[in-house]
Design a protein around this ligand. Structure first.
Ligand SMILES: Cc1cc2nc3c(=O)[nH]c(=O)nc-3n(C[C@H](O)[C@H](O)[C@H](O)COP(=O)(O)OP(=O)(O)OC[C@H]3O[C@@H](n4cnc5c(N)ncnc54)[C@H](O)[C@@H]3O)c2cc1C
Length: 162
């Protein structure tokens, strides 16, 4: 179907979204809101939500990682307001990363991380950070580039890559 046909009669178009993570579900929601028939195919036999899903174990609900909603995009905020009848629940957050038997503040705080990493590793991280500040990746296009620009390659490898 040509783009002009699609715009004049979106109901004739059906779409398949592969994966029921936030991206697939959002795409499906927006397409169906615009009149398309959408089928979402999810490989997981139980869950939707991708790595943002809530799992249950022995009757308790767990998120994978400390997921919270945050966005700098007004468009995304507006979409979530539209979906959530009762709006957002605001909660205080405290996140920490358990690494080498120590708890590191998350979001990372430079002094906290450097003190806990030990002198040798801290020096390497500071040098790596200085390099990132002096020679930032010009147009960061992915998470690794963005974190590297913000914290340096070494801290990316330690705390973010895996
Ligand atoms: C520990 C952790 C903490 C995080 N904290 C936050 C946070 O606080 N706030 C935040 O905004 N983001 C957070 N994120 C990031 C967020 O989880 C991801 O950005 C988001 O889940 C990505 O959504 P997605 O739909 O692109 O991919 P995914 O969530 O990975 O979903 C992909 C889906 O596609 C399915 N799939 C894959 N291949 C196929 C196939 N061939 N056929 C059918 N189905 C398929 C998968 O089973 C999965 O359900 C966090 C991530 C992690 C790991």
């Amino acid at each position: 179907m040509s783009p002009s046909n699609f715009l004049s009669n979106p109901k004739k178009v059906s779409a398949i979204c592969i994966g029921a993570g936030p991206a697939g579900l959002t795409a499906a929601y927006l397409l169906s809101r615009n009149g398309m028939t959408v089928t979402v195919l999810e490989q997981d036999p139980v869950y939707v939500g991708g790595i943002s899903r809530t799992e249950t174990y022995k009757g308790f609900a767990f998120d994978i990682g400390g997921h919270r909603f945050f966005s700098k995009s007004e468009e995304i905020e507006a979409l979530w307001d539209e979906i959530l009848d009762e709006g957002f629940l605001v909660r205080p957050r405290k996140s920490r990363i358990y690494y080498r038997q120590k708890l590191f503040d998350y979001p990372l705080r430079a002094m906290d991380a450097l003190l806990k990493l030990g002198v040798f590793e801290a020096v390497r991280c500071v040098l790596s950070y200085a390099k990132a500040r002096l020679f930032p990746i010009a147009n960061p296009t992915n998470f690794e580039d963005w974190v590297t620009n913000k914290f340096g390659k070494r801290l990316f490898r330690i705390f973010f890559r895996t």
